[in-house]
Write a protein that binds this ligand. Structure first.
Ligand code: ZN
Length: 1002
């Protein structure tokens, strides 16, 4: 057993054996099996668990994180594809185990004999010593009762798609669509089967080379197969399939979306969201990223709608009944998850960049809000064309705002889809609203190269897409939109990634995935944020533009093909002049889970360094042997702020000694927090740094100051330092004026306040309020409520004032009420600065009258950033009836779009009044929630963490454990469940260790 098996859909496999008794069959098919696609079959040998082990496994899933860690240090790039025998399965068995074991053995032996004699198959029984023996495949039964000829989640590699001709006719009245797909396939190796994906559709007819053929379907794995009596020889063939399907009512596949226009009329549209595994819901296809192909798409529509797809439209043909058919140009070679089409009544604006026409589409009512996105997309496209020295290859690029859309945005090649809130901004929107739109556009445009042009081979390397797009998003904005203070945002993102990755439930950047749920789970902080963070660290380590050179080389070399992490490292190694093996260094960051803590002890000019895996909860961990190649950076009191001050030391071993050339007063490691690690100093080291800061905050850059705050809170949470030491550092904060350290301090203190509040530690919560008022009060009072243009100042004042109003510090709520009343009575002619809107609305939402006004505004607003802030305010009410109403409405989608449900849960859970109701609501409505949001998806991750992350008692721990266990196949094995349980335990421990200390020191 290896670590990822805990996320396997084992129950499915058991069900498969139960529901459709399967028999191994002889197959002369050449099986070009992807290394990661082995089917785990329980009860037939190599993956047997004895009962004790099973008990241990299931309780470990909920209780301990050690289970995950036991073998994570065995992982290597190669072994991540290979199931490994768990060493402990050979440990001395208990009597109970032995009795059960004998019974199981007898059963297994009987089964083996039956199979052996009846079917002439042989089995390997090497027991504990056996490693990875090949087992005969267990073929399932298809829907019509015939034996399905394929037994893997991944498709066989003997047949590749070359080109798809897809014709679709969505009916927006009946909410269904007719489809026909003609696939030119290349048979690479002789085979009797063609296996591909298809889900939720009725196939009426399949023909192969013009002749009708019989097909089979195996629904659990969303596969169909055509079985031939003779081997298909190598060569090209045409497979044609006609089908009918409903437009999806969730957020993936070819789905229906609707909105109400300003006249109160409901309008409908159809759009797609295929990543990761939903192209198969719109047309039968080889739905894996490595099966790249070209596509020609035709779309039939009513004349009142327009249709869009990846490529430009080449012609429109009039059909009978007033229908029209649009045909789009043949696409570039691409993966299925990037195919997209839309039928809607949108308006657009366009502009040209180089040879590409860039257009932004939205619903007609929002035509005033598209210009910023158009200008931004044009500037960024120009930047990327230059940066990558490789022009965007299509002649058009559409950016479309979809009224009901779950993800933030999706990078479909040539047809990027967005939520309205991530693409549309009004002329009076603040730079902070614009920064969000800019970030999302920058991210999706970067994908046109990283993801679309060069694609990860399989979802285990999703970070190659997402980590890179995230990194490029920050890098491009810093260059093109320097006023947006994106640097501070990226710093916060790194802190967030460190917090997630410090949990036992985290996973390596490059992780084995197989089931659809595991693929969904890859869309998480590790792939995106840690991925981006380690790229920043690498770029900061390389010199002379080597990073860019390597990236350009990589894009050229793998143009239109698929890659693995190693391919990127090799391209970067080739351009590195400093004798640095990028591959050797970076593998330690993608293969190990977590990150290192570097402990620094200085004695004169002698500095001892030690690295260890940093875990917030190291108690149950046995994973202490991971070593990272850390490009450690540091500055000293002699020179500490400029880039030229940075010194580098490569720490590869567990310990090392660094000899300084001169005596120094203090050392600060991880310059500007560019590296993905934390640093702990000995008592003297911390004392020297704190002393230096108290004298003059400017001895360190503001990022270094923010990182010290971030690191010391994390060290305290892990039990490595006392809270008293945290307060020691925080003493300097009265002299602080910069956004990054102040917002980090507020965030950390706010988290502690919320935990105390939820535990009804009223006395301590009020002392925490006094502490915050004492340290930040004068800054809070000095903030202006007028229009502000500096993004950095806006970020700071909105954090300060939101905290002040929520804790009722100074006269914040009075000011906010005054501003709201003035704004409302002037019929919105007087302005509330956009960055303060959420704070002001939240204060207004606390009265019946204010809440009612906000609800009216929410219903009729067409200004998306304002609308979202209004919703957050509505969800922040302390009135329980209103809380329940808003939870219900956002889930059923009637008055609040279902896409906002995760945000509503998150907001409700921040407040004492609502968090327990929200938890009950999630439990009671789990079935409905998972119908809307796929198990494992980012939305589900967010819902679970919001609902549980502030529990800190044993009762809540048990309740959460019981609930998650009861989910069975509907979520109990999700990684986020581990994270939730681990977080509650950490909260409990923190409370246990620090309540007395807080009583004493706060
Ligand atoms: Zn992305």
């Amino acid at each position: 057993m290896i670590e990822n098996s805990m996320f396997e859909e084992e129950p499915d496999v058991v069900d498969l054996a139960k529901e459709s008794p399967s028999y191994p069959i002889d197959s002369d098919d050449v099986v070009y099996e992807p290394r990661s696609s082995r089917l785990l079959v329980r009860g037939l040998g190599e993956n047997d668990l004895d009962e004790d082990e099973e008990d241990y496994e299931s309780s470990a899933r909920l209780l301990g994180m050690s289970f995950m860690n036991r073998s994570s240090n065995q992982r290597s790039a190669a072994s991540s594809y290979t199931r490994q025998q768990h060493s402990e399965s050979c440990s001395k068995p208990s009597t109970k185990t032995m009795v059960v074991g004998v019974v199981v053995l007898v059963l297994v032996a009987s089964l083996l004999m039956v199979f052996y004699f009846l079917l002439g198959c042989t089995f390997t029984t090497a027991g504990c010593q056996k490693t990875n023996s090949t087992m005969d495949r267990i073929y399932p039964f298809s829907t019509n009762g015939e034996l399905f000829p394929w037994a893997e989640l991944r498709l066989p590699l003997s047949v590749h798609p070359v080109h798809y001709n897809i014709s679709l006719h969505p009916n927006l009245t009946l909410m269904n669509f007719q489809g026909s797909v003609s696939i030119l396939v290349q048979v690479l190796h002789e085979t009797k089967n063609i296996v591909l994906h298809s889900s939720d559709m009725n196939i009426s007819k399949a023909t192969f080379e013009g002749k009708e053929v019989h097909f089979m379907e195996y629904k659990p794995w969303q596969q169909i197969a055509i079985k031939f009596s003779e081997d298909l020889k190598q060569g090209q063939y045409v497979l044609n399939i006609n089908y009918m399907a409903n437009l999806s009512s969730s957020y993936d596949g070819f789905y229906n979306s609707s909105y109400v226009d300003t006249n109160g009329t409901k309008r409908v549209l159809a759009a797609t969201q295929f990543e990761p595994l939903a192209a198969r819901k719109a047309f039968p296809c080889f739905d894996e990223p490595a099966f790249k192909s070209t596509f020609t798409i035709k779309m039939t529509r009513e004349s009142k709608y327009l249709s869009l797809s990846n490529m430009p439209k080449v012609k429109t043909t009039d059909l009978k009944n007033g229908l029209q058919e649009d045909e789009f140009a043949e696409s570039v070679k691409m993966s299925t998850y990037l195919v997209a089409f839309i039928v809607a009544d949108f308006i657009s604006v366009s502009n040209n960049v180089s040879k590409t026409t860039v257009s932004v589409y939205a619903v007609p009512d929002k035509k005033e809000q598209v210009q910023y996105a158009l200008d931004t997309a044009c500037k960024l496209l120009d930047f990327y064309n230059t940066f990558f020295e490789n022009d965007y290859p299509l002649s058009k690029l559409d950016l479309v705002a979809i009224p009901d859309f779950l993800a933030g945005a999706m990078e479909n090649w040539g047809l990027i889809t967005f939520r309205e809130t991530t693409l549309l901004v009004g002329s009076n929107s603040s730079s902070i609203d614009k920064r969000l739109v800019t970030s999302v556009i920058a991210h999706e445009l970067a994908h046109q190269w990283f993801g679309n042009l060069v694609t990860m081979r399989w979802w285990n390397d999703l970070w190659l897409n997402e980590g890179f797009a995230t990194y490029m998003q920050y890098m491009s904005i810093e260059t093109v939109f320097s006023g947006l203070d994106i640097d501070t945002e990226f710093l916060n993102v790194r802190f967030k990634a460190l917090a997630k990755d410090a949990l036992n439930s985290s996973h390596p950047v490059s992780t084995f995935v197989s089931t659809p749920e595991q693929v969904e789970e890859m869309f998480d902080s590790v792939s995106y944020e840690k991925g981006a963070s380690i790229l920043l660290m690498l770029n900061a380590t390389l010199t002379d533009g080597e990073f860019r050179k390597g990236v350009i080389e990589y894009l050229q070399k793998y143009n239109l093909s698929n890659t693995e992490s190693e391919d990127l490292w090799n391209s970067l190694s080739q351009v590195s002049k400093q004798n640095l093996s990028v591959s050797e260094m970076m593998n330690t960051w993608t293969v190990h889970k977590g990150f290192p803590l570097v402990t620094v002890k200085r004695s004169g000019t002698q500095v001892t360094l030690m690295q260890e895996h940093f875990l917030l909860n190291a108690e149950n961990s046995t994973d202490d042997s991971s070593l990272w190649h850390i490009p450690l950076t540091y500055v000293t009191d002699k020179c500490s702020v400029l880039s030229s001050c940075k010194q580098v030391f490569h720490l590869k071993d567990k310990t090392a000694t660094l000899k300084l050339p001169d005596q120094v007063k203090w050392l600060k490691f991880n310059f500007r927090s560019d590296g993905f690690y934390m640093v702990h100093y000995d008592e003297e080291g911390w004392k020297d740094l704190i002393g230096a800061l108290k004298e003059d905050v400017n001895v360190l850059t503001c990022k270094d100051r923010a990182a010290l705050i971030n690191n010391i809170f994390a060290l305290c949470r892990s039990g490595k330092v006392f809270f008293r030491q945290v307060l020691n550092l925080m003493d300097y904060i009265r002299n602080e004026t910069e956004t990054a350290p102040l917002t980090e301090a507020l965030f950390q203190l706010g988290q502690i306040y919320r935990l105390l509040d939820k535990r009804s530690e009223l006395n301590l919560a009020s002392r925490m309020t006094s502490y915050i008022e004492d340290h930040f009060g004068s800054l809070m009072e000095s903030q202006s409520w007028d229009l502000e243009t500096s993004v950095s100042k806006m970020t700071l004042r909105s954090a300060l004032l939101e905290m002040a109003c929520s804790l009722n510090i100074s006269n914040c709520t009075t000011q906010a009420k005054h501003l709201f009343d003035q704004w409302f009575t002037s019929n919105k002619t007087s302005q509330i600065p956009s960055d303060l809107m959420r704070t002001v609305f939240k204060v207004a939402a606390q009265t019946d009258e204010g809440w009612g006004k906000l609800l009216d505004m929410y219903k009729y607003s067409i200004n998306d950033p304002e609308k979202r802030k209004t919703l957050e305010a509505l969800a922040s009410t302390q009135d329980v009836r209103k809380i329940i109403w808003i939870l219900q409405k956002s889930l059923d989608g009637s008055e609040i779009q279902t896409q906002e449900f995760p945000l509503v849960i998150n907001t409700v859970c921040k407040n004492f009044a609502g968090y327990l109701y929200a938890w009950d609501f999630v439990k009671e409505n789990w079935e409905k929630i998972t119908q809307k949001f796929p198990v494992g998806s980012f939305a589900i991750q967010s819902i679970i963490m919001s609902a549980t992350s502030q529990f800190s008692t044993k009762t809540h721990l048990m309740e959460a454990q019981n609930f998650f266990t009861s989910l069975g196949t509907k979520g109990s094995q999700m990684r986020i469940v581990q994270e939730a349980i681990e977080t509650i335990k950490l909260n409990m421990r923190w409370m246990e260790n620090n309540l007395d200390i807080l009583q004493h020191w706060l």
